[in-house]
Write a protein that binds this ligand. Structure first.
Ligand code: AMP
Ligand code: MG
Length: 424
């Protein structure tokens, strides 16, 4: 790993701070894209990433067909007829075609075929008059609406052309991609292998659920928020529990973790003035940089590699863990999963109140956005913003991202928000 990673070591360079963007860039430069591919049933492919371009060998839809229930006609003759007089149009119904079927003949002038949604357009027809627009009497239809050539018609290949890439490698398979692959007739699909991520918590004050809570201690929160985030990203989680404050244990767990997981994530123990054993353990088993990132919450961050696995040493505070996961771990995982073109969702909202911030760092406040009575996207904070206040995450539906250049946001200013819809 390059020396650049360690040049922001607070010991070597106490004033050095990385911006969030620099940190993301450094992290991504160390992350490899996946190689291992497996073929699985399409029905199980949700949240996986497509490993190969999918080229369609036929047009979707296969033939030009009706988008509505109604009557198929040739529009050309009708327009001249309509110009000639204002009376109702009249067509003779010569047949009926259902979805899955076809009309055997060719439509002649003045003829219409009754047609159902999805049924192939008869030869000689190019437009559909919807059923609701006509009156039908003794084998004839009458209507007065004008007709635009091609109306209510779905063209052969309008969704996917034969020979074109219907879905490219690197696409995340959401329900809509799953449906598109299904429309190509695929039963199985080649996807990248899901990632295994090992997580553990550190700190002698951190207690596992099911045990009594001694005085001055807290229950472990971070393994649960991390597990939830990772599972929502489709990763499998190797939960290594809470690691006692000892260098020997830490080294053993780290090297074991790196052998069984594609990524290792810890929380706690990375800020300055902490028990040095974590730093020593990390340096003994891996190539790790300790960074100070110009952000709040989440300033201390360790990043590097243990064995082949990228390692994230996230801060200990529960809100900081979630915020740093979203800003740093998520982009890294998306790249490792093989997803292309992913970007965090950000939008602008009007702040409804003054929001504290400091120039020179990005502040991520927990916020609640909504559409107000005037139809504007507005946002307020959830109140107290301590990095241990996890109820702020529970109340929030977004992070409010206040950039390095702002020392304060006034009510009425526009701010960036990161809605939680992606993962939370
Ligand atoms: P640290 O960076 O280890 O000093 O942790 C910062 C703060 O986060 C301390 O108040 C810790 O008690 C708390 N903390 C660390 N790990 C956890 C955890 N797994 N669950 C809840 N709080 C934690
Ligand atoms: Mg600690």
């Amino acid at each position: 790993m390059s020396d650049a990673i360690n040049c922001f070591d607070p010991v070597a360079n106490p004033g050095g701070m990385l911006t969030v963007a620099e940190s993301v860039a450094r992290i991504l430069s160390q992350i490899a894209t996946p190689e291992q591919v497996e073929t699985i049933p399409l029905s199980q492919a949700i949240n996986r990433v497509l490993a190969e371009d999918q080229v369609s060998v036929f047009d979707v839809p296969q033939q030009t067909n009706s988008a509505m229930d109604g009557y198929a006609i040739g529009a050309a003759e009708l327009s001249s007829e309509k110009n000639a007089s204002q009376k109702q149009h009249r067509f003779t119904v010569v047949g009926q075609v259902l979805a899955g079927g076809a009309y055997a003949g060719t439509l002649a002038a003045g003829e219409a075929v009754e047609i159902m949604t999805g049924a192939a357009l008869p030869v000689g027809a190019d437009s559909i008059v919807i059923r609701e627009a006509v009156t039908r009497e003794s084998g004839q239809i009458f209507f007065s609406d004008s007709v635009k050539t091609g109306q209510h018609v779905r063209l052969k290949g309008e969704d996917i052309k034969s020979g074109s890439v219907a879905l490219s490698a690197g696409s995340l398979i959401r329900p809509q991609e799953q449906g598109l692959l299904a429309s190509l007739g695929m039963q199985n699909v080649a996807v990248f292998k899901p990632l295994r991520v090992a997580i553990f918590s550190t700190g002698d004050e951190v207690v596992a659920q099911g045990q009594a809570l001694p005085e001055n201690c807290i229950y472990d929160t971070n393994r649960f928020t991390l597990t939830g985030l990772l599972q929502r990203m489709g990763c499998s989680v190797v939960d290594l529990g809470i690691i006692e404050d000892s260098q020997v244990t830490m080294q053993r767990v780290l090297s074991e973790a790196s052998q069984q997981a594609d990524m290792v994530i810890s929380s706690g123990g990375v800020s300055m003035g902490q028990a040095d054993y974590i730093k020593q353990a990390l340096e003994a088993v891996g190539d790790i940089g300790f960074w100070r990132v110009a952000m709040r919450p989440g300033r201390p961050l360790a990043f590097g590699k243990v064995g082949q696995a990228p390692f994230f040493g996230l801060p200990g505070n529960p809100v900081a863990v979630m915020v740093t996961f979203l800003q740093f771990v998520q982009p890294a995982l998306r790249k490792m999963m093989g997803q292309k073109g992913w970007q965090p969702i950000k939008m602008m909202a009007v702040a409804e109140e003054k929001i504290k911030s400091r120039a020179g760092r990005i502040d991520y406040s927990r916020g609640v956005y909504r559409i107000n009575d005037q139809g504007e996207l507005v946002v307020q904070t959830t109140g107290a913003q301590g990095s241990g206040i996890l109820t702020s995450m529970v109340q929030a539906n977004c992070l409010i991202e206040i950039g390095e250049q702002y020392s304060q946001v006034e009510a009425g200013d526009r701010v960036l928000i990161q809605p939680f819809s992606d993962l939370l």
